[in-house]
Structure formats: structure tokens, C-alpha cells
Design a protein around this ligand. Structure first.
Ligand code: PLP
Length: 383
């Protein structure tokens, strides 16, 4: 063994001892709901394909047509020769759906955050992040070399206290939060955050990865509240309810023009495959044209939470916190024996001591499966 291999093996043993080692498992998704895994067909409650659009015939047809026309790869960065016509079509749909001037599509949601935050924020600036925000918001803030402060989850008072103390020392301040929290399923208080940002001359950025297609009539977290908050930076992903891949930012024309010039993950990375872009447009047409479809994941999540006796779902995501990693792993195995996939979520994805099952409900889940899952949770896991 080389020193490098020994280093890797030691790190892995440490993870294993803490029940935190992860492994890849072959998982074939042959429709929007089921998976083939470990030789069995399971009903999945762990896919973020909330509207089952990854297998929608219109979406697949749009991808196939774009492959025939433009080939499999973009060929270069979008600023060179990779800006195939499907990009502009997708960006205008995104901007319209989000109520923004303009949009910019990135290679992924992670790349969007890793690129846009450093393009807007520098080392003398401040980024205020909800403590439960997604890893890629933190990555963007760190890449910006900014001063980063976490405020307690959804705690406006705490964010206000931090702003009162630290705002004066910084030229620009970004407040960043998930719109729907990825591991907890709750919503950020966006109208309050927007008012706070306005009071302190800060910029509000919302990561709507789990809101688009699911809350606010399908338009996302900004549209899920009693008032419509002003959010200058709305980012998200095309990999969840949209059923494909890619990230985006919706903002003013000026901001988007700057991002296209300065976001390094945009400038120095190849454009998405045209088929992926065309598929996302077809999926967004379905989302925009069918608010009833977008209402179904939350309706199914609520059916589950009521039957299982856990707090009412606020989005398609329902966490059941079990504490120790081994408890979450054991519960996941028990459900798998019964034909359900609910992957255990462990630290560092969630805080220490809060390992959980995270259920993701989709439009197409059958009532009977939801009811059986709820009964299993009530009788076998939570009892
Ligand atoms: C999944 C996710 C991302 C990353 O998006 P990808 O397109 O998968 O890279 C970003 N933010 C949140 C909140 C997410 O859940």
C-alpha cells in the first residue's frame, strides 16, 4: 500500500466506525416512482423527481429531438460555441415562471451557487446563511472568501441581531437561504427575510431547489406566501421537479449579464448538453400549464404525515428524525424489506444527532403505497 492508499484506508475506517461510511448502490430508475435495487423492485420515497417528469413522454421526446438535431454535447463553454438555441428558450421560460427579468442556466445547481456567489461578493463582504442551508450555498460563500455567518434556522431575530452588529463593517451583504429546506421540508419565512434585507440594504438570495414545481402553484417558494416578497436572486436546479439536470439563476438583466461575464463555473465550464436543456423546457411547459400536477406532491406528503401521526408536511419533503445514524440505517433497512426505498440521511448532510429518514413524495405515488408506508412507520419504526 502506498502512503496515499494508507491515508485513504484510515479515513474510511474512521467513517465506518462512526456508521458514516457511504457506498454507491446500483439503482435503476425505470419509471418516475420505482427503482430496481439489490435485485428488488422498490417504491421509492427517496427521489427528488417530484412530478415524475424524468420519464414523461413529452420530456423524453424533446430530449431525443434535440439529440438528433444538435448531437450529444454542447461542444464548448456557452461563451464560445456552446450556446445552442435551446438555452434561450429555457431561460425565457424560467424568467417568466419566476417573475424575473432574465435567467442564466448553469451546469448544475451546485455550480450555480459556486459561481454566482463569488461573482457578486468579495472578501470584504458578508454572507449571512441560514444554518440549515444546502452545502453548495456554503461552498459559494467560501469560494467568495467572504466573511460568513450562520443565523439560527429560520430565526429572523437572530439574523437581525447579526446584521445590526456586522452590517456596518461591510460594503455588500448577501442573505442566503433555501426556500424549501432540503432535509427538513419546511419553508423559509421569505417575506420577513425580504423585509429584513431591505432594512439593512442586503441582497436576498433564495435557493429554490425543492420549491420549483411543488409549492406556490409550481412557481416555487417565492409564490408560497401570503405576500409576494422581492427576491433579487432566485436560484434553483433543473434536477428535481424538472426531472433533468442543470442549475439556474433568475435575476435582473444587469445581474445576469454580470454573472455571464464573471461566474467562473459558467465561463470556464462546458454548456449543458442541448438535449438536457430542451428536456427542461418541455418539463417547465408542463409545470406552468398544470398547477394541479404541482399540487400533488404536497397533497401526498400530507396524506402521509396525517396517517403516520407526524407534523403536517409543508412541502414534498418529510423528515422523520431518529437521532443516531445506526437507528436511521436500521429503519431504512426495515422499510426496504417491505418494498419501500427511504434512504437514511446521516451527518454531515444533517447535523450530528439528527440522522433521519427523509421521505420525498411525488405526484404519482399511489394512495395505497402511502398508506402502507405510514402504517409501517407508525407500527414498526415510531412505536
Ligand atoms: C440538490 C440541491 C442543490 C444542488 O443542485 P444540483 O443541480 O443537484 O447540483 C442545491 N441546493 C439545494 C437546496 C439542493 O437540494
Amino acid at each position: 500500500m502506498t502512503a496515499l492508499d494508507q491515508f485513504a484506508a484510515q479515513k474510511l475506517r474512521d467513517l465506518e466506525a462512526r456508521q458514516l461510511r457511504r457506498t454507491l448502490i446500483d439503482t435503476a430508475r425505470t419509471d418516475g416512482i420505482h427503482v430496481l435495487r439489490n435485485g428488488r423492485r422498490l417504491v421509492s420515497f427517496s427521489c427528488n423527481d417530484y412530478l415524475n417528469l424524468s420519464h414523461h413522454p413529452q420530456v423524453k421526446a424533446a430530449a431525443s429531438a434535440a439529440i438528433e438535431r444538435y448531437g450529444t454535447g454542447a461542444g464548448a463553454s456557452r461563451l464560445v460555441t456552446g450556446n445552442h438555441p435551446p438555452f434561450a428558450a429555457l431561460e425565457s421560460r424560467l424568467a417568466r415562471l419566476k417573475g424575473a427579468d432574465a435567467a442564466c442556466v448553469f451546469g448544475s445547481g451546485y455550480l450555480a451557487n459556486a459561481g454566482m456567489v463569488p461573482a457578486l461578493i468579495g472578501r470584504d463582504d458578508l454572507v449571512l446563511v441560514d444554518e440549515l442551508s444546502h452545502a453548495c450555498l456554503w461552498a459559494g460563500a467560501r469560494l467568495a472568501r467572504a466573511n460568513v455567518l450562520a443565523y439560527r434556522h429560520n430565526d429572523i431575530e437572530h439574523a437581525a441581531t447579526l446584521l445590526a452588529e456586522f452590517r456596518p463593517q461591510h460594503a455588500n451583504v448577501l442573505i442566503a437561504t433555501d426556500g424549501v429546506f432540503s432535509m427538513d421540508g419546511d419553508l423559509a419565512p421569505l417575506p420577513d427575510l425580504a423585509a429584513l434585507a431591505a432594512r439593512h440594504d442586503a441582497w436576498l438570495m433564495v435557493d429554490d431547489a425543492h420549491g420549483l414545481g411543488v409549492v406556490g402553484g409550481g412557481r416555487g417558494a417565492r409564490f408560497a406566501h401570503a405576500t409576494l416578497p422581492d427576491i433579487p436572486l432566485q436560484m434553483g436546479t433543473l434536477s428535481k421537479a424538472v426531472g433533468g439536470y442543470g442549475g439556474y439563476l433568475c435575476a435582473s438583466r444587469a445581474v445576469i449579464d454580470l454573472i455571464e461575464n464573471r461566474a467562473r463555473s459558467f465561463v470556464y465550464s462546458t454548456g449543458l448538453p442541448p438535449a438536457t436543456v430542451a428536456a427542461a423546457s418541455a418539463a417547465l411547459d408542463i409545470v406552468a400549464g398544470d398547477p394541479d400536477l404541482a399540487a400533488k406532491p404536497l397533497r401526498n406528503a400530507r396524506r402521509f404525515t396525517r396517517a403516520a401521526g407526524v407534523p403536517d408536511a409543508q412541502s414534498a419533503i418529510v423528515p422523520v428524525i431518529l437521532g443516531k445514524a445506526e437507528h436511521a440505517l436500521a429503519a431504512s433497512r426495515r422499510l426496504e424489506e417491505e418494498g419501500f426505498l427511504a434512504v437514511a440521511i446521516r451527518p454531515p448532510t444533517v447535523p450530528d444527532g439528527t440522522a433521519r429518514l427523509r421521505f420525498a413524495f411525488t405526484a404519482g405515488h399511489a394512495d395505497a403505497d402511502i398508506d402502507r408506508l405510514a402504517a409501517l412507520m407508525r407500527e414498526r419504526v415510531l412505536a
